[in-house]
Design a protein around this ligand. Structure first.
Ligand code: COA
Length: 452
């Protein structure tokens, strides 16, 4: 029986039933692995100046961005996410088959369905994991982390992979200098694991205000509310009210962290590192002022990657962890905000001791599981096709063919009927001739025998 399977209930007295098992104590969800992946293609501000009417100085002073990464034609949200996930699994040194859940925060999936998470589950060979995508725009990673951590804390799962991945370049209006200068592509991932040791994800605050839906929007199929640009309805392109979003972001970035800290009786000065959504350097500087902490405690890599939406927080987290900006015992505040409008903050007590991924036995088994996943995919797909040739399918197919042939023959019957009267007529005339002959013979006989 599974550890968390429901136990039988005990009847206390008539009409009163109580659960027989002890209340489960909450577990702790720790980040044990992290990884990031960005495309190698760099688009600098100078490159952008050749596309739209802008310049490096304007972009740097207003946003802090110098360059961003753009996916090559063959790269997708899934392919970036898989590479980030593999790095996170390497750091955690666990097998894909040990994952119970994969949650992917993305606004740029390849399909409405299947989910990007399902594609990643297959590519990793995570055969024991459930998988789903989560849509909360740039706040997506904070939401996804909370979903996975909550499942671990309640004991329903033990290990989860949480990914933020985007190919924002595919939904950019490259003629809109107000937005195309901001965004870039990339993916980041963390592995969360349950433990009885205190620490890990301590508290999360999630919020939404849908009344501001049109301030940052990406109209897609079946949307009534496409926006007009140069007289054309825009689909699959981002629209942003930059000033409105800026005001909203500066309001919520500090407040949500303060609220998440207050709920667990901590004050902002206890924070060692804030890892904010990388939207604009000025918004991040504002967070430092609002929290009254030094700017060095706000992690920023916006200069190199721009705004990678749901991927920006896990990319920054992975970079910070890899560059020893985070130490065991540190209190981190992750804060996201964006389309929805949505926002949220998570407080984490960092417990992982960063070690360089080693070529352990698990490393070999992991590579083996990736290889098996690669082989399994075509084999399963071919097997499904072969299943069409199963005996049942044969019988059904044969029956269908026979019914079809019968119907065809029935359809030809009128032509057969046409020839029937001719044959019948022919046969009748032959019969008549022979009868005539017979009667003539009889008459002749009668004539020959007049006395009979
Ligand atoms: N290059 C040069 N000039 C530009 C420009 C660009 N890329 N984009 C806009 N401008 C011009 C405008 O046309 C305007 O000119 P005008 O005064 O002659 O009309 C001027 O610069 C100021 O534009 P404005 O939109 O007021 O700039 P801003 O200071 O508000 O900065 C953003 C624009 C988009 C950088 C800023 O509003 C912002 O970062 N907002 C938040 C966006 C965000 O975080 N989005 C993601 C959330 S998840």
């Amino acid at each position: 029986m599974l550890d968390h399977a429901p136990r039988p209930t005990r009847r206390l007295f008539r009409g009163h039933v109580a659960n027989n098992h002890r209340p489960r104590t909450l577990r702790h969800a720790h980040i044990v692995g992290w990884g990031m992946e960005v495309p190698s293609q760099v688009l600098s501000n100078h490159d952008l100046a050749a596309i739209v009417d802008t310049n490096d100085e304007w972009i740097v002073t207003r946003t802090g961005i110098c360059e961003r990464r753009i996916a090559e034609p063959g790269e997708t949200t899934t392919s970036l996410a898989v590479r980030a996930a593999q790095k996170a699994l390497d750091v955690a040194d666990i097998l894909p088959s040990e994952l119970d859940l994969i949650v992917v925060a993305t606004s740029t999936p390849e399909h409405s369905f299947p989910s990007t998470a399902s594609l990643i589950q297959d590519l990793l060979g995570a055969g024991n994991a459930g998988a789903y995508d989560l849509s909360a725009a740039c706040t997506g990673f904070v939401y996804a982390l909370d979903m996975a951590a909550s499942k671990i804390q309640t004991g329903s799962i033990n290990t989860a992979l949480v990914i933020g991945a985007e190919t924002m370049s595919r939904v950019m209006d490259w003629s809109d200098r107000g937005t195309c200068i901001l965004f870039g592509d990339g993916a980041g991932a963390v592995v969360l694991q349950g433990s009885d040791t205190p620490g890990g994800v301590l508290n999360t605050v999630l919020r939404s205000d849908g009344s501001g839906w049109d301030m940052l929007t990406l109209p897609t199929i079946s949307s009534r509310d496409t926006y007009l640009r140069d007289g054309e309805h825009q689909m699959h392109r981002i629209y942003m009210d930059g000033k409105g979003v800026y005001r909203f972001a500066t309001r919520v970035i500090g407040d949500s962290i303060k609220q998440a800290m207050t709920e667990i009786d901590l004050t902002p000065d206890r924070i060692n590192l804030v890892i904010p959504h990388q939207a604009n350097q000025r918004i991040m500087d504002f967070a430092a002022k609002s929290l009254k902490i030094p700017e060095e405690r706000i992690y920023s890599n916006i200069e190199r990657y721009g705004n990678t939406s749901a991927a920006s927080i896990p990319i920054a987290l992975a970079e910070a962890a890899n560059s020893d900006r985070i130490r065991p015992g540190d209190i981190l505040a992750l804060v996201g905000f964006g389309g929805g409008l949505s926002w949220g903050a998570t407080i984490i007590e960092w417990t992982a001791v960063p070690t360089k991924p080693s070529r352990s036995i698990t490393w070999g088994r992991r590579k083996g599981e990736y290889a098996i996943a690669g082989l399994r995919r075509p084999v399963i797909r071919w097997w499904r096709r072969l299943m069409l040739l199963s005996p049942t399918t044969w019988i059904i197919g044969a029956r269908r063919y026979l019914v079809h042939r019968r119907d065809q023959l029935r359809a030809q019957l009128p032509a057969v009927n046409v020839s029937v009267p001719a044959i019948v007529k022919d046969r009748d005339s032959k019969d008549r001739d022979s009868k005539d002959r017979d009667s003539k013979d009889t008459d002749t006989n009668r004539k020959d025998k007049p006395n009979e």
